[in-house]
Design a protein around this ligand. Structure first.
Ligand code: NAG
Ligand code: NAG
Length: 257
């Protein structure tokens, strides 16, 4: 009964508050983080279980507990609580040895990027990222600079540092070479780039922004537009026309505009 009334309150909230049209997605208790890419939606819960969305329910993905999971052209990648890196292969997550990272992103042009607990920035080139089929040692490139969160899409990569400053760069998928860092306006704690290049950030108050004016000639875009949600947002991810949100309260929403 409580669940039903909470749901109704939520629905009311949705219709009255959103610029985007959002509906409650299939729910999974204690949702912590979510990533959408290549048509797949994956998530972790507070107990580090990994799930993927199939039809109207979440199914367990693999047997390895992970605190962060990412899906994209490079496959499905994640990290566990000891900062060990894993790639999904042959039905389960296999360890990728070489570096310990607190966050990885598989959304670039088949390269994988990530940051470690000291906020150093790392990249695994596309040929290495794609060819891993079994547990093994890989050599990551280290990029200059320091970030606490890093995400790539087809038009470039976006990161936020520990001062909540937002940076853009292009990363070459084959060499992991970068075009240099461009600092943008605004402040954020998390950034996610969709597989189609749309860029969203969440600030420390849980407010969501989308980058406007991104084009081939201005890949860093021109400004931030506040996506006005009434609920504080913990996590946002965008793929194939759908914006996926996890609210601070752990509710999963799917939105279109
Ligand atoms: C993070 O990576 C840098 C560069 O590879 C390394 O020097 C540092 O020790 C790493 N930090 C941790 C905690 O592993
Ligand atoms: C987050 O965004 C909201 C909405 O624009 C703004 O009012 C708030 O000051 C921002 N918080 C921080 C810490 O930047």
């Amino acid at each position: 009964m409580k669940a039903v009334s909470t749901f109704l309150v939520l629905l009311n909230f949705l219709t009255s508050c959103y610029g985007w049209t959002c509906t409650a997605a299939p729910q999974q208790l204690d949702a912590a983080q979510l990533d959408a890419g290549e048509g797949m939606v994956v998530m972790t819960d507070k107990l580090s279980n990994v799930f993927f969305l199939s039809g109207s329910s979440w199914s367990k993905l693999g047997s390895v507990p992970l605190k962060h999971v990412s899906v994209g052209p490079a496959g499905i990648w994640g990290v566990n609580h000891n900062e060990r890196v894993f790639k999904f292969a042959a039905g389960d997550f296999i360890p990728v040895l070489g570096l310990e990272l607190k966050q990885v992103d598989a959304g670039g042009e088949s390269q994988v990027v990530g940051v470690n607990v000291s906020n150093t920035i790392h990249c695994l080139d596309a040929s290495k990222a794609l060819s891993i089929k079994q547990q093994g040692l890989v050599t990551w490139n280290t990029l200059e600079g320091q970030l606490m969160y890093f995400s790539c899409g087809p038009n470039g990569c976006w990161g936020v540092n520990s001062f909540q400053q937002i940076y853009f760069t292009k990363v070459s998928p084959n060499s992991c070479g970068i075009s240099g860092w461009t600092k943008t306006d605004g402040a954020a704690v998390k950034v996610e780039v969709g597989t189609d290049g749309r860029v969203f950030v969440v600030n420390s108050s849980g407010n969501l922004y989308e980058r406007m004016g991104i084009s081939d000639s201005v890949p860093q875009g021109t400004g931030w537009s506040n996506v006005d949600f009434c609920l504080p947002i913990k996590h946002a991810s965008y793929d194939l026309g759908r914006l996926w949100l996890v609210t601070e309260g752990g509710v999963i929403l799917a939105c279109t505009n």
